[in-house]
Design a binder for this molecule. Structure first.
Ligand code: M6R
Length: 357
């Protein structure tokens, strides 16, 4: 039920801090140790490479997950769009572990990969929001998202839940390998939940940014580097899916290789700057587009901000920034759709779960 909310999407955006806190609780025992299926732990320990398979928003969460697993647990990881995998299968390592990420657990493109790799005899873990779903039943192991039912077609709380569960999986594998992390991951996740809460209280600011910058635009670009680039892909998908604004996410450095030709007077360019290592580079990309007439909106992390930035995000651990930077991206899409009188929860031509290939 929507309760007092006008749309499920807004309700689900607001639920994100709560979902993150629930995940922290579900994956910890009473002594504060991580609580994971021991078979998942063993599978992570035995594998020599992880293949993440997903579609749409879940694929974008997978891109962030790869960074977690590689940075924290040191396991080489590839992320594949499910619908492409079967036609373009990479050479597999000796001991692959397949990780399927799916809110619904019913996505046909992912299922067809699961069937194929099971025939080949490889182990599979499904990370899903729906216990008993097809992808959960047919995989060897399941990790639950604990996000509660997600009704709006545009995925929001499932994305942040996927990112959080992937972080926990990576942390657990790092600990199992005896690798020392130089931060307390569960504490950083709780700090992040608080930061998300601050953001859900800043809807007015985002609504104003939409009114001033996305009101009548035909297109919009999202640019970022590194982790921010992955969130840009998600921000662009959200915006196009529900507001029908033609939106694309780009790696900042790729602009000059073609896309910059599309920048005209007033073209909205949303830039993310949450990572110190890329802060300078992404800001110089913003200068390049502004010099060609773009209307920039920089979303920066506290500590990296400049006076002209459109929005400053509360500071969280550098690896966890997608959990906060995605929230204003979701809200931008929500208010843009609202502003244009679009059907927020049920955008045209789309279904909540895509059960055909
Ligand atoms: O249920 P799944 O996570 O497998 O769904 C995958 C995509 O269909 C889904 O994320 C889609 O891209 C969303 N509508 C995006 O908001």
């Amino acid at each position: 039920e929507k309760g007092t909310y006008p749309h499920f999407m807004l309700k689900e955006i607001d639920e994100q801090p709560l979902v993150l806190r629930r995940i922290i609780q579900e994956y910890q025992d009473k002594n504060g140790n991580l609580k994971l299926d021991k078979n998942v732990r063993a599978a992570m320990k035995t594998c020599d490479r992880i293949y993440i398979i997903a579609a749409g928003t879940s694929y974008h969460a997978g891109l962030v997950g790869k960074q977690f697993v590689e940075n924290m647990a040191g396991i080489p990881t590839e992320v594949h769009v499910a619908s492409e995998f079967s036609y373009n299968m990479p050479l597999l390592s000796d001991k692959p572990l397949f990780v399927f990420i799916s809110q619904s657990g019913e996505t046909a493109d992912s299922r067809s990969v699961l069937v194929k790799i099971k025939e080949m005899g490889h182990p599979a873990l499904t990370i899903t929001n729906v216990a008993g779903s097809t992808l959960s039943r047919e995989a060897d192991y399941t990790m639950h998202l604990h996000a509660g039912p997600e009704i709006a077609v545009a995925s929001t709380k499932a994305y942040t839940a996927q990112v959080a569960v992937l972080a926990i999986l990576a942390v657990d594998s790092a600990q199992a390998k005896g690798l020392n992390l130089d931060f307390d991951p569960m504490q950083e996740l709780s700090i992040t939940a608080n930061a998300m809460e601050v953001l859900t209280d800043q809807k007015k600011t985002i609504e104003e940014l939409v009114r001033d910058n996305l009101g009548t635009t035909r297109n919009a670009f999202f640019i970022g580097r590194s982790t921010d680039y992955f969130v840009c892909l998600e921000g662009a998908l959200k915006l196009k899916e529900i507001s029908y604004i033609q939106a694309e996410g780009f790696a900042g450095g790729e602009l000059k290789h073609g896309t910059i030709a599309l920048i005209e007077e007033g073209t909205p360019v949303i830039a993310l700057a949450t990572q110190e290592a890329v802060n300078y580079a992404i800001r110089s990309n913003v200068h390049e587009v502004v010099a060609r007439g773009a209307n920039d909106m920089i979303f920066s992390m506290k500590g990296l901000e400049q006076d002209t930035d459109a929005f400053v995000l509360p500071q969280v651990h550098e690896l966890l920034t997608p959990l906060v930077s995605v929230v204003p991206m979701q809200l931008l899409a929500y208010y843009a759709a609202l502003h244009r009188d679009c059907d927020v929860d049920k955008p045209r031509n789309l279904a909540k779960s895509v059960t055909v290939e």
